[in-house]
Design a protein around this ligand. Structure first.
Ligand SMILES: C[S@@+](CC[C@H](N)C(=O)[O-])C[C@H]1O[C@@H](n2cnc3c(N)ncnc32)[C@H](O)[C@@H]1O
Length: 390
């Protein structure tokens, strides 16, 4: 999500319309009913899954605008064509000149990246054979089909393919996977689940399971000290299974995962003791997942050390880890801007600032590249590799 999301208190938020409120109330009732069925509480990953993906009602499954100026947040492909145009150049240099090129995009949002990539690869003389999209949201899938309706090379998959050859892309998908929240109490770590009390969703401390205890031990080994009492954060419990599915689907090719996040030692630094869970509603960012249920996005920063480990454990080769700025500059952004300036136009410059400046998306966002059975010199993501920081 772009920094156009300013941090603010929810009392200053634009009021949802009556129909949006009604929608949120329906989803709230559904989650509440599940809490009752489960004996009074559910884990946070389940709450986040329902809030984002409950069929027909979750934030991503229902019809709100989500992306762009009139939505809740802006992603790199939504800023304009520059991100896709750089990515296309990177792909041309990383894929063999001969033979058909296939792309599998996971979580394609509005379809903007697919539209621009297909056009730019055609312009660069490296046309695609197939552009497959794997999307969990039926509503976004319909929107993508609308945006890409005249392109016969695009197809939608219901599940991971059996054996894919080519390039797998996922921009801001890992940060949208449900997370577990935890806190370090006086007696050790506990999970932060969800219950219903006094007319609203509330946080509730739950005994730590084996997976949480193990993750906290791994984090402490990485940061080199015990996490202090009161430290709160999150981790993604389904990351390993998700990477295993991705790896099982890939026979040969490269995987580019772009997201905001940090290596583990920085993500769980004691200065970040309140975690990184953020909610986005109409370009306002805040940290209360229990309001505007179904109307706001909920995300958490990615632990890139966990992502790297998950990929390697799933049998992929880790090829590199760079900031978005270094990826885009290495892929040829400067040349693209220079060519535009020469023709007397400057439309891409604003996009460039947002994509690469350190205070904007340039450093918060990172690119991680994996490969399977791919020529070494073709897989690296760009300049200033940071794998040593993982
Ligand atoms: C934050 S949006 C990013 C959309 C787009 N990639 C972009 O950059 O604008 C997250 C996207 O991932 C999709 N998504 C989330 N979990 C997914 C999963 N397990 N498999 C496939 N898509 C998923 C969402 O429905 C949505 O399209």
């Amino acid at each position: 999500m772009s920094p156009s999301s300013s941090e603010s208190g929810i009392e200053t938020f634009p009021s949802p319309s009556p129909s949006a409120r009604e929608h949120s109330e329906k989803l709230t009732a559904q989650i509440r009913a599940e809490i009752d069925r489960e004996g009074g509480s559910i884990g946070f990953p389940r709450f986040m899954e329902l809030a984002l993906y409950s069929p027909g009602l979750g934030y991503y499954s229902a019809g709100s605008r989500k992306f762009g100026g009139e939505g809740d947040f802006v992603t790199a492909p939504e800023l304009g064509p520059l991100f896709a145009r750089c990515l296309a150049r990177w792909l041309v240099n990383r894929t063999p000149e001969s033979g058909p090129l296939d792309i599998l995009e996971i979580g394609a949002g509005s379809g903007e990246l697919a539209v621009e990539l297909l056009a730019e690869l055609d312009r660069l003389g490296r046309p695609l054979n197939r552009y497959c999209i794997l999307e969990v949201s039926a509503e976004l899938r319909a929107r993508q089909q609308q945006a890409l309706r005249r392109n016969e090379r695009v197809c939608w998959l219901d599940t991971w393919p059996d054996s894919f050859n080519g390039v797998v892309l996922a921009n801001e998908v890992v940060d949208a996977l449900p997370v577990e929240r935890f806190e370090i109490g006086p007696g050790g770590p506990c999970g932060l689940g969800v219950c219903w009390r006094d007319g609203g969703f509330r946080e509730l401390r739950l005994p730590a399971g084996k997976a949480l205890l193990q993750r906290v031990a791994e984090i402490e080994a990485c940061v080199g000290t015990s996490l202090p009492v009161g430290f709160r954060s999150e981790y993604c419990p389904m990351l390993e299974a998700w990477m295993r599915s991705l790896s099982a689907a890939l026979e040969r090719g490269i995987v580019l995962l772009a997201d905001y996040g940090l290596p583990r030692s920085e993500l769980y630094h004691r200065d970040r003791g309140q975690g990184t869970l953020r909610c986005h509603y109409r370009h306002r960012a805040h940290d209360d997942p229990f309001v505007l249920v179904g109307l706001q996005d909920i995300t958490a920063w990615v632990d890139f050390t966990a992502l790297a480990d998950a990929g390697i454990d799933a049998g992929l080769e880790l090829e590199g880890f760079v900031t978005q700025a270094h990826f885009l500059l290495g892929a040829g952004m400067t040349e693209l801007l220079a060519a535009e300036a020469e023709s007397g136009q400057f439309g891409l410059r604003e996009q460039a600032k947002q994509l690469v400046l350190p205070g904007e998306m340039g450093e918060r966002f990172k690119m991680m590249v994996f490969s399977r059975d791919w020529p070494d010199d073709r897989a690296e993501p760009g300049i200033h590799d940071m794998r040593h920081r993982l």
